[in-house]
Design a protein around this ligand. Structure first.
Ligand SMILES: C[S@@+](CC[C@H](N)C(=O)[O-])C[C@H]1O[C@@H](n2cnc3c(N)ncnc32)[C@H](O)[C@@H]1O
Length: 345
């Protein structure tokens, strides 16, 4: 079972959902509570387990909602969390252009209260804290114990930061006091994103803002798909997943993202398409680029559990493919993201 999250795991869902008559019917079959054994009987979930969150589906509880995220919570506490923690410094370099875009678009002011959703190892949380200054505050929320541990190590004593280990879908945020919800690639992993965003919105004050970055379609992100194609020459393909299944590309469809945020109660929703070049090598040459391709993204997932021989062959193929993009010590490949913005109604 994934480690239970700390703190109160109730939510303001009941109120939100009850306000929305004829709301969305959840899109896939519900798991039952046995998905995360013990969750519903955990004392911290006593209220949640007894509380119906969706009037159109009376048997589903908040504990069920949390259980639906169990696979992702397990992944980010297992292999995924380990890889990102091991590579924290290099990931921060690779993804720095995305943070810069987010901060350029949000104009974070001194004194503001901010929540960083799916904060991971804390790079954006720390930068946000620097921008809000001592009179502001930043809460980083994440389900990954190892990534949060790394984030906590990086915080200086005077930084106005709190890290919370919790599922953003069901965490009871202090209501209506946050100015900005922000996320760099931390919001594509929810089983029922409309409900997750409705819960997160309860944290925002009236007129508060939301901004996040998410990936566009796989075919527009060769920095992830090119290594995967090479891996598939030597390893079985990953289990097929639907375009809406939780994962890096689940927010690729702009209409879907717009619909999710609209139904979750946001207004002034905009998606800005941004093209980037991602240097897989972080300026350290072809070997570093191959290591990145093997350690993160779908190629790394396809290689999980494969033999040393398969991994070696995959590395050779990836190396040959990436060599075509090498420019000095850099190996830049195209990446495509949405910068999504919205306001609390
Ligand atoms: C791709 S990583 C991005 C991490 C970080 N934002 C960054 O840019 O370095 C996705 C993050 O989302 C977190 N996450 C996934 N599901 C979550 C949930 N239900 N609630 C909170 N965080 C979640 C993961 O643990 C992981 O840290």
């Amino acid at each position: 079972m994934p480690r239970a999250t700390r703190g109160t795991q109730e939510t303001n869902f009941c109120r939100i959902v009850l306000q929305r008559t004829g709301g969305p019917t959840p899109s896939r079959p519900r798991s039952n509570r046995s998905t995360t054994p013990g969750l519903a009987s955990d004392a911290r979930y006593a209220h949640a387990a007894a509380t119906t969150w969706a009037p159109w589906e009376a048997s589903v509880t908040i504990a069920d909602m949390h259980a639906l995220n169990a696979d992702q919570i397990a992944y980010w506490n297992g292999m995924g969390g380990r890889k990102w923690t091991d590579r924290q410094e290099r990931q921060d370099v690779i993804l720095a252009p995305v943070s810069e875009l987010l901060f350029a678009r949000t104009a974070v002011e001194p004194g503001e209260r901010v929540i960083d959703i799916g904060c991971g190892c804390g790079a954006t949380t720390i930068e946000l804290a620097r921008r809000v200054g001592p009179k502001g505050s930043v809460v980083g929320i994440d389900v990954s114990v190892p990534m949060l541990a790394r984030a906590r190590e990086r915080v200086l004593p005077d930084m106005p930061i709190e890290f919370v280990e919790a599922d953003a879908t069901v965490y009871r945020f202090p209501p209506a006091r946050t100015d900005l919800l922000c996320s760099r690639f931390g919001v594509m992993f929810f089983a029922e994103p409309t409900l997750s965003f409705a819960n997160m919105r309860t944290a925002l004050r009236s007129g508060g803002r939301l901004i996040f970055a998410c990936w566009r379609a796989p075919e527009e992100n060769p920095w992830m798909t090119l290594p995967l194609k090479e891996v598939y020459k030597h390893a079985p393909t990953l289990p097929e997943s639907g375009p809406q299944d939780p994962g890096p590309f689940s927010f690729a469809n702009p209409d879907r993202v717009h619909g999710i945020l609209d139904q979750a109660g946001f207004s002034a929703i905009t998606l800005e398409s941004v093209d980037l070049l991602i240097d897989l090598a972080t300026g350290r040459g072809l070997d570093a680029a191959v290591a990145t391709a093997l350690e993160v993204g779908p190629a790394s997932r396809a290689l999980e559990g494969q033999s040393a021989e398969s991994r070696e062959h995959a590395a050779t193929s990836i190396r040959a493919a990436l060599a075509l993009f090498q420019q000095g010590q850099a190996v830049p490949l195209a990446a495509a993201i949405w910068i999504v913005r919205a306001n609390n109604r």
